[in-house]
Design a protein around this ligand. Structure first.
Ligand code: C2O
Ligand code: CU
Length: 490
């Protein structure tokens, strides 16, 4: 049963699945596997898949330069030779046993973004440092009742995160469960952006890039420029879309079938909902269903996102939409695509609110001050939370384990910032526009320029120290990050 599903779900040839089965415990890395669809061989448009077996996924991720990107050999960064890295597929109750090996020229580490797992020791610990030339063994226990959905992994070493994500280091991490809706094809679309020099190296960020958050000239889907995705009439596809860009905000649109959203940040929505556009800040994920009803050529694109400052950085003119992928639907309908009528329930810990806090995102000015400073390159400004820059040794918030709190995240700056909290996640309960209360837990929320968002955080299940930060990687590297310590009582 699982085998048949796997075959259908990943769209990979039987021979590869056999290899995985023959591989026994753990998973086997099969490089250069090709997908076969409708009798023709085409270049693989998705990362390789490493699946858990017998309750564990035991594998190595080697971070190193030298990957194919946008159809050419580059010095961009990848895991196990590709960008994005392999898609990790696990199940609730599994243990992730990952050896991270650093063949980069700077320290790195690994964050399992969105997983509700322990932040301590060799679990999802953002304070770990893996030096060049060394390895670190992560062991991440995924609870048996962990939600099934789309998560991702990326480096999180303070001060090198933006360079490494922009360099290409990111991969999808899927938790799958028996109750997942049945679809004909389950795809991962990891969106990254970068800028390549002529010699294939990744462009360095300048001062303005670091202040505003660098955005790449290439916007890639699974490392490819505008890949063509092919679907058969009468089928339903699930697309797991990850915004793995270092700082680019993506308002996504799909012509034709449109986007039927079923999940946000790895959590199923109460019902599927057809959305005209899907706003994904860096770190956000959305799962959508594509119902291939009639043949045609459709387009997945990203509109520009403008808060007042970003517009000014691009010659004052509105950027055109970016074409991300083509969708070709062909064949003749034997049946209507069958969409799932209901979605699995999402866990959403509730209870009486035991405390409130306020967190303020801002920049502290140097002498230049104000927007004039931004125009001058912003060299003497710093991104802060509650007026301070990140200090990994300082406890910024101390919370009692089991507390359920409401935090008001205030953005006292002229740029939008995607606010992210590790491990615990949160539910948005209010914002200034009064229409954001989705009722679905998430882990990244875009706080508009000069706006605010109120979130409810259940500090249940896990204790330990972790971080919250802006997911514009340049901003968190600059200091827009803080620590939270969740301690058991007594
Ligand atoms: Cu996706 Cu703390 O990050
Ligand atoms: Cu920011």
């Amino acid at each position: 049963m699982r085998e048949a599903e796997e075959l259908q779900v990943s769209g990979e040839p039987l021979s590869r699945r056999r290899l995985l089965v023959l591989g026994g415990a753990g998973a086997v890395w099969v490089a250069g596997a090709r997908r076969i669809g409708h009798g023709s061989t085409m270049p693989r448009s998705e990362p390789a898949v490493l699946s858990s077996s017998n309750g564990r996924l035991h594998t190595e991720l080697v971070a190193a330069p030298g990957v194919q990107l946008a159809g050419r050999a580059t010095r961009a960064l990848g895991y196990n030779g590709t960008s994005p890295g392999p898609t990790l597929r696990v199940r609730p109750g599994d243990e992730l046993q990952l050896r991270l090996t650093n063949h980069l020229d700077a320290p790195t580490n690994l964050h399992t973004h969105g997983l509700r797992v322990s932040p301590e020791g060799n679990s999802d610990n953002p304070f770990v440092k893996v030096d060049p030339g060394s390895s670190f063994d992560y062991r991440i226990r995924i609870p048996a009742d962990h939600p099934a959905g789309t998560f991702w992994y990326h480096p999180h070493h303070h001060t090198t995160t933006a360079d490494q994500i922009f360099g290409g280091l990111a991969g999808a991490l899927l938790v799958e469960a028996a109750h997942d809706p049945r679809v004909d094809h389950d795809r991962v679309l990891v969106i990254t952006d970068t800028t390549l020099n002529d010699d294939g190296t990744v462009a360095e960020a300048g001062g303005m890039d670091r202040m505003m958050g660098r955005r790449g000239r290439l916007v890639l889907v699974n490392g490819l420029t505008r890949p063509t995705l092919t679907a058969a009439v009468g089928t339903v596809e699930r697309w797991r879309i990850v915004n793995a860009c270092a700082s680019r905000i993506l308002p996504l649109r799909l012509t034709g079938p449109g986007l039927m959203q079923i999940a946000l940040d790895g959590m199923y929505l109460p019902q599927p909902r057809l959305v005209a556009s899907l706003l994904l800040a860096p770190g956000n994920r959305a799962d959508v269903l594509i119902s291939a009803e009639s043949p045609g050529q459709f387009e997945l694109s990203a509109d520009p996102y403008h808060d007042m400052d970003r517009k000014d950085t691009d010659s004052g003119k509105a950027d055109p939409p970016i074409s991300l992928a083509a969708l070709t639907v062909n064949g003749t309908a034997l049946r209507k695509p069958r969409l799932p009528a209901t979605l699995p329930a999402t866990f959403d810990p509730t209870g009486p609110v035991t405390g409130t806090r306020k967190v303020t995102l801002a920049m502290s000015m140097g002498d230049a001050g104000g927007l004039a400073g931004l125009g001058l390159g912003g060299m003497d400004m710093q991104w802060t939370i509650d007026g301070r820059q990140f200090d990994p040794a300082r406890d910024d918030q101390t919370v009692r384990a089991g507390a359920i709190e409401e935090w008001t995240v205030v953005n006292d700056s002229p740029m939008a910032h995607p606010f992210h909290l590790h491990v615990w996640g949160f539910t948005v309960v209010a914002d200034e526009s009064g229409n954001l209360a989705s009722g679905t837990p998430q882990d990244v929320v875009l706080v508009p320029a000069h706006g605010w968002v109120r979130i409810r955080v259940a500090f249940t299940r896990f204790s330990g120290r972790s971080v919250y930060h802006c997911h514009v990687a340049d901003h968190s590297d600059d200091g827009m990050m803080a620590t939270v310590k969740v301690a058991a009582r007594g």
